[in-house]
Design a protein around this ligand. Structure first.
Ligand code: KIV
Ligand code: ZN
Length: 513
């Protein structure tokens, strides 16, 4: 088996998805889970983008062990220095510097000549190599770059100390066969090609990111850059779970392996979805709710006779136990903590305690509480802004609405032992509930986007609401769950507001690469 390095960029390229803005606590939680998943490299962020990005990368470098921690930087001298400052406490720090190489980017974006791009590449890689011997260089928009120039740029990077050479399909333009030709040519023509690891970074604009990544591996790439759930700029990046499970499913014929503990895939997917506010589409490969469910009678019959008639992967291999841990209202704290710990979410004791209180309430409202419900409750609680510092707790909600009267909501919130109640009206019950939350907290907040999904199946399933909210000029995303979608919306809205009033919100930067 040949080993393929999995470079996860969920916290960098993934975090550039419109509307995602993770705070340091959330980034750390995802990074710890990525390390448990077994990724080789965690690209933790782009430190020069903002103080918040720097802090996030720094915290991951200091606290997360078991994976290399990479930071992205442009070729500018101060960018490289800033990135190094952020990652130097890491067990295995990696500097990742990049510059655009395609004619369109050189002329319209950088306004640089080919000589200038070459000189910048050589200078930045040499600077990075003086800090660490693990240096990655990326030629942004490589797949639309003249091959001869790309050869020169990569040669300069290798000569100056780059150890990984990344070939990004930045705009998701290339086709698999063409990508193979590009990689074959580069590996043949770039001096020093055999001394470096070849890497690819594929965007999904034409839905080809996974196919291109796999074609590249067959053409000699030994690092693939991916994001959990395929998040990332525009249509996203190659999805970690797709690339890893394709390599694994075809390992008998292809002969590649990764260091991923695939049983952690589902948990990682749920965590990233919860904290990023990006729901996973039901029919998403590997991690979608339907990925292992069979609707037609013929399929069901086949699977009952022999699972492999319609399943090419074993659900247990991606961390789906198939079990429904049915807890009810008579289950105590011990059973709850035990179930949550078995699901792998027992780490944050305060969050588990808050989730237990909500579980008791849920068990009164829903016949059977499933493992998906538990995960939803605990991950929502774990994503809360830490209490204190102005953060409000949700206590209760009353809503009233008939076809003849305007929707009215009264919300009760508490802070430092004091409870406040505020009533507001709105265009609908969700609008009224959000207005009541804003009034109770005393902020100007506006709902920018709203999505609801069901945590499980059945009419008593909890609603899982993702919101983007503008609070005092800052844009934040958050999620909330409840059997009542209006309550889930109020909780999500409050979680967003708390990120701002608790000071843990991060401004979403749009000037990242
Ligand atoms: O898509 C891209 O080209 C990138 C690089 C910065 C690696 O994200
Ligand atoms: Zn990218």
């Amino acid at each position: 088996m040949e080993r393929v390095t999995i470079f996860d960029t969920s916290l960098r390229d993934g975090e550039q998805s419109p509307g995602i803005a993770l705070n340091v606590t959330e980034k750390l939680e995802i990074a710890h889970q990525l390390a448990r998943l077994g990724v080789d490299v965690i690209e933790a962020g782009f430190p020069a983008a903002s103080p918040g990005d720097f802090e996030g990368v720094r915290a991951i470098a200091e606290q997360v062990r078991g994976a290399s921690v990479a930071a992205l930087c442009r070729t500018r001298e101060d960018d490289v220095e800033r990135a190094w400052d952020a990652i130097k406490p890491a067990e295995r720090p990696r500097l990742h510097t990049f510059i655009s190489t395609s004619p369109i980017h050189r002329e319209k974006k950088l306004r640089m000549t080919t000589e200038q791009v070459l000189a910048e590449t050589a200078r930045a890689v040499a600077q990075a190599s003086a800090f660490t011997d693990d240096v990655e260089f990326s030629a942004e928009d490589a797949t639309r770059t003249e091959l001869a120039f790309l050869v020169e740029v990569f040669a300069a990077a290798i000569e100056n100390g780059a150890t990984t050479i990344n070939v990004p399909d930045t705009v998701g333009f290339v086709m698999p066969a063409e990508f193979v030709e590009i990689l074959d040519a580069l590996r043949e023509r770039v001096p020093g090609a055999d001394r470096v690891v070849w890497s690819v970074h594929c965007h999904n604009d034409l839905g080809l990111a996974t196919a291109n990544s796999l074609a590249a591996v067959r053409a000699g790439a030994r690092q693939v850059e991916v994001c959990v759930n395929g998040i990332g700029e525009r249509a996203g990046n190659a999805a970690l779970e797709e690339v890893v499970m394709a390599l694994r499913t075809h390992s008998p014929t292809l002969g590649y392996e990764t260091g991923i503990d695939t049983r952690e895939i589902t948990r990682t997917s749920r965590l990233v979805s919860m904290l990023s506010g990006y729901p996973v589409q039901r029919n998403k490969s590997v991690v979608g709710a339907n990925a292992f469910s069979h609707e037609s009678g013929i399929h069901q019959h086949g699977v009952l006779m022999e699972r492999t008639t319609y399943e090419i992967m074993n659900p247990e291999d991606v961390g789906l136990t198939g079990s429904t841990i049915v807890l009810g209202k008579h289950s105590g704290r011990h059973a709850f903590v035990d179930a949550v710990t078995k699901l792998g979410y027992g780490g944050d004791e305060a969050a588990v305690e808050r989730a237990f209180v909500r579980f008791k309430d849920l068990a009164d409202r829903k016949a059977a509480v499933t493992d998906n419900d538990l995960v939803a409750l605990v991950t929502e609680e774990a994503s809360q802004a830490p209490s204190g510092g102005g953060v409000w707790a949700f206590e209760g909600l009353d809503v009233a609405h008939t076809t003849d009267t305007p929707p009215t909501a009264t919300v009760r919130l508490s802070r430092d032992g004091a409870t406040v109640a505020e009533t507001a009206t709105g265009d609908g019950m969700i609008d009224a509930a959000c207005n009541a939350v804003a009034a109770a907290v005393g902020v100007v907040a506006r709902l920018l986007s709203f999505q609801v999904a069901a945590v499980d199946e059945g009419s008593d399933a909890m609603g899982d609401v993702s919101v983007a909210v503008e609070v005092g000029g800052e844009r934040v995303v958050a999620r909330g769950v409840s059997v009542d979608v209006v309550e889930a919306s109020a909780r999500a809205f409050l979680n967003a507001v708390n990120k701002v009033v608790g000071g843990t919100a991060v401004a979403h930067r749009t000037d990242k690469p």
